[in-house]
Ligand binder design. Structure first.
Ligand SMILES: CC(C)(COP(=O)(O)OP(=O)(O)OC[C@H]1O[C@@H](n2cnc3c(N)ncnc32)[C@H](O)[C@@H]1OP(=O)(O)O)[C@@H](O)C(=O)NCCC(=O)NCCS
Length: 183
């Protein structure tokens, strides 16, 4: 996959750096709390309380919590879960072979520059590196139309509308066979 070719380089300078993903640690707490206050992040989340104080110390096998960095600077967060094994069964009954991703860029100045595309490319590669994974799921809020466009450009398709915790969401899906880079 290549970076989003539709980004206007005059309106938004293209991303000057390469995004890497690393595991989140308790030292990321202040950064994550600061990002939680950003209006675009808050309004994109179903539940704004991610319980960082507890969760950053836990490493269940069904979850990766990752910090995206550019040149050693944190810019965003990615969570990858196995919805079949996730404790709260948020996704309901899901067969083996799925992953679900949550993503946000906490610094408004880092948005719209292609970093999110790089973050998703890394996350998708990570999911499909496990050969038993056939489908990646996303659940953007139904009114987050910019995120919908972003996911569609990455090859995801909206397959259902559904309420999660009382909030209307679109269920997006990417299947391995539709992702040449994963095969
Ligand atoms: C969604 C998000 C991860 C995309 O990352 P990004 O680096 O901004 O995206 P890219 O630069 O690679 O691609 C640009 C596209 O991202 C999407 N986008 C979504 N929210 C955006 C925002 N607040 N600012 C800029 N682009 C955004 C748009 O589709 C945009 O293209 P457009 O100009 O045609 O609308 C990021 O914008 C973000 O964190 N937004 C706020 C939180 C959020 O909505 N998270 C998704 C929850 S489902």
């Amino acid at each position: 996959m290549s970076l989003n070719p539709t980004i206007d380089p005059i309106q938004r300078p293209p991303a000057p750096g390469i995004v890497t993903l690393r595991p989140a640690t308790p030292a990321d707490l202040p950064t994550l709390r600061r990002w939680d206050l950003d209006p675009a992040v808050r309004s994109s989340l179903i539940d704004a309380d991610w319980g960082w104080e507890t969760e950053l110390h836990r490493h269940p096998e069904w979850r990766d919590q990752l910090i995206a960095e550019v040149d050693g600077q944190p810019i965003g967060f990615v969570q990858i879960i196995d919805p079949e094994r996730e404790e709260t069964q948020y996704w309901g009954c899901v067969d083996a072979g799925h992953r679900a991703i949550d993503i946000w860029i906490g610094d408004p100045g880092a948005r719209g520059r292609g970093y999110g595309t790089q973050m998703m490319e890394r996350a998708i590669e990570r999911c499909f590196a496990d050969l038993s994974v056939h489908t990646i799921l996303l659940d953007p809020l139904a009114d987050n139309t910019r995120a919908h466009r972003f996911y569609e450009r990455l090859g995801f398709e909206c397959v259902a509308k559904r309420d999660f915790d009382g909030q209307r969401c679109c269920v997006y899906r990417l299947q391995r066979e539709r992702t040449p880079a994963a095969n």
